[in-house]
Design a protein around this ligand. Sequence first.
Ligand code: HEM
Length: 211
Amino acid sequence: MGERPSISSSLRDATAVAHERAERSDFIGDLMAGRLDAEAYRTLAAQLYFVYRALEEVGDDLHAADGARAVVAPIFDERLRRLPRLAADLDALGVDISTVEPLPAVARYVEAIDATRNDPARYVAHHYTRYLGDLSGGQVIKSRMISHYGIDKDSLTFYAFDGIDKLKRYKDGYRDALDGLPIDDDAHRRLVDEAIRAFEYNEALFAELAA
Ligand code: HEM
């Protein structure tokens, strides 16, 4: 009888292949290599607005709900909140979000996030996929957007986490929090399955952005 893998390690293992695919997708590959332009980044940021609006609305609701708070509280952190940053960045980038429609892949992504309202373990999958990504690859994206496209760092505050000074230490703490979530084996499985889907929603967005 071996030890069951921790939540953080099963998440990382289950999403490793999808992570590599996302990183190597045409859109992300081209964006990171400097083959696109500032407009491509603006389009990505505008689409992410809808994703974070759903992510943070549902997160707030779960955090305020008696039955769900215990599951989301260990990873819930105001310092992660991105929507105000994204709104300010879009403003600075000259994007009027009220004129932007979510792409079909984003509409499906938002629907999936909304559908976790009744299952906080599955919500955690979306939280993990986006925020740990922003704290990791997001930092590389930020520096490439500055160097390739001359985007002002004041328009990239989405990637700046005030109050979190050591990202590596923060991510380690986040994984410890995941490992301590008060959920049973079945919820653990649902969380991991949902994380795989969360990566797929991101891949689908990149595919639509490349088209
Ligand atoms: C520009 C492309 C990307 C690069 C260069 C990149 C890079 C990285 C790196 C270096 C790590 C390891 C960080 C660490 O363990 O401290 C990481 C982790 C992670 N990335 Fe990405 N990434 C990219 C795209 C994405 C995308 C598109 C997503 C999903 C939307 C994503 C989600 C994650 C997650 C969830 C982790 C945490 C893995 C774990 O430790 O459990 N990344 N990324």
